[in-house]
Write a protein that binds this ligand. Sequence first.
Ligand SMILES: [Zn+2]
Length: 88
Amino acid sequence: MIFRLLFAIGIVYLAYRIGKKLFLPVSQKKEEFPPRPAPIESEDMVRDPVCGTYVPLGDAHKTTVNGKTLYFCSETCCETYKKRKSMH
Ligand SMILES: [Zn+2]
């Protein structure tokens, strides 16, 4: 009885191994994308004072308020900041 169970497990394991071998070339092909040069993560990150999101300097929405350069994730946050400032 126990041998039958072990045999069944062995079959399942073998099927898994064969299946892995068959599908592996496909997954390897998927990884053939050219590696991205210079990831954005290495870029300087700036903090959006409105929502607190960190944005790469290159993608940030820049604005100058009272001579200070501020960075926002989007124009919406920039407008929100300006509105808040004018309210005080
Ligand atoms: Zn934001």
